[in-house]
Write a protein that binds this ligand. Sequence first.
Ligand SMILES: [Zn+2]
Length: 274
Amino acid sequence: MKYPYLTSQPVLLVKLILFFAIVSLGGCSGDAERRDKSGIAISFDDHFIKEWYQLRPLFQKYNAKVTFFITCPDSLNAEEVNMLRQFQKDGHEIGYHGTIHGKSTELIAALGPEKYAATELEPGLKHLSAAGFKPTSYAHPGGNHNDQVDSVLFAKGFKILRDVAVARRKISGHQVYAWPPRWISSIFYEFDGEKEVDALLIDVDEVTDEEMTDAIAKAKESNTALMLFGHEPLYGAPQNGEYGFNVSFLANILKEAHRQGLKFYTMSELPQQK
Ligand SMILES: [Zn+2]
């Protein structure tokens, strides 16, 4: 009673020990959460299957895993199906990009959700299923979608929906803005389970090598995954309406991502990371 602090001191000591034990335990689990997940998720859209297949040695060189978003799968021939199967065996993902590559917001407004699904989603999915593919990721054709479209896609079982981001915008041939990819936060996956994501377009004239190197560094330092996408592999300037990325540009991205120690993720792997 006279010196209550004397009796409380050992209790205080025990409390202090417990406190530091808990703090250090918390620190340990914090370290686990901060483990290096930094990576890059590259995808390719539309129907350039033979052209993509020529990139196989390049992917193998860097042990890169990517995602192919296939549109118009009703027109896949046996050779293309075999190529996609080989890609899947290599660890790549076969995603889906619609049957008719329509404007989904207009389709769903005009037809309603069921007929939208019956027009844009189901026919192609049937063909893919017959060929042995069950896609779990979807890239919005033309980057066009709304919440109603997304809810139909989630109900169909897709685990991640990919939209489009651009670093440069031109109107009537004039550049309206150029935004460094490092500052486009939506293209960096934060491993928060997000299922609606953006990928940056890497087709010709969209991004520079320096900007890519810088964006890869940002993914590394922020422990995120940089999401990119392109169309047809090109070996020179686009001709006659071609749209795509330079193969040498992609090679630089793979080389730099490999050099900076980024992991390669397929799109469906992103929301699964803990
Ligand atoms: Zn497309």
